[in-house]
Design a protein. Structure first.
Length: 256
């Protein structure tokens, strides 16, 4: 089986998780690649769309603007958005990377396409085009709650995603409230019928069941694998891994 994983990056939490899953697929005999918008590391199984010479290159700054990070930062400063919802999908309707560009990067005809954290990379319209061109089975790993909302990466007590995310709680300014509705309608219009949403926790599964985007038969519960490493005996080495100042005393709590 040939698998293509799509993620915005192979860095940070969700990006590292995508890279780890891609590695697991290859270790178990599948032919798998991870296609990302950008990466800082060279890996034979990770294919970047863009290769920036520096973070000040025009293409880099342009794409950061289109991702909405710079605009989102400014919007938070003038209190258009509430930060706790992590409404990052300001330009979800904008095609940042085309389906044709991604197809050219795929080294084989995929049987399966797995979406990971794709905000600021591809929207559902682009995903639909890729599916039509490849006829691959689609899965979407629910790294956070962006797949079931109109832009929020965690909805807290908001139930707007049960219907269409109109009158968005994350947006203070009334003239911008239709952004969430437009994002939601984009997903609703182009969400492929053969898409399966992979929920990584019981809470996410219950929220996804209440979303008007996904039918129950489109939902599956999975447990993401954990990479187990030998614990260094030295606390100084452990602090260097995370990294944490060696002079600080900390209590580390893990939840599974």
């Amino acid at each position: 089986m040939k698998i293509v994983n799509l993620a915005t990056t192979d860095m940070f939490g969700a990006g590292i998780a995508a890279k780890f899953l891609n590695q697991i697929f290859n270790d178990h005999g599948f032919e798998s690649v991870l296609i990302v918008k950008e990466t800082k590391l060279v890996n034979e199984n990770v294919i970047p769309i863009y290769k920036y010479k520096s973070k000040y290159e025009f293409k880099y700054l342009k794409n950061k603007f289109l991702e909405g990070y710079l605009v989102h930062w400014f919007a938070l400063k003038i209190k258009i958005f509430k930060n706790r919802f992590y409404f990052l999908n300001l330009f979800e309707k904008k095609e940042i990377v085309s389906a044709q560009t991604i197809i050219k990067k795929i080294p084989f005809k995929p049987d399966v396409i797995v979406l990971h954290w794709i905000s600021g990379f591809i929207n559902m319209k682009t995903v639909s085009k890729i599916q039509q061109l490849t006829q691959a089975k689609l899965y979407w790993v629910m790294m956070d709650n962006a797949p079931i909302t109109g832009g929020c990466h965690y909805p807290w007590d908001c139930n707007g995603f049960h219907s269409n995310c109109s009158n968005c709680k994350a947006i203070n300014c009334s003239i911008f409230k239709n952004i969430a509705l437009k994002n939601y309608n984009l997903k609703k219009t182009f969400l492929p019928e053969n898409m399966t949403l992979l929920c990584c926790s019981e809470n996410d599964y219950q929220r996804a069941k209440k979303s008007s985007l996904f039918k129950n038969e489109m939902l599956k519960k999975i447990i993401l694998p954990v990479k187990i490493q030998k614990r260094p005996k030295s606390t100084k080495k452990i602090k260097n891994i995370f990294p944490i100042c060696v002079k600080n005393f900390i209590i580390l709590t893990l939840f599974f």
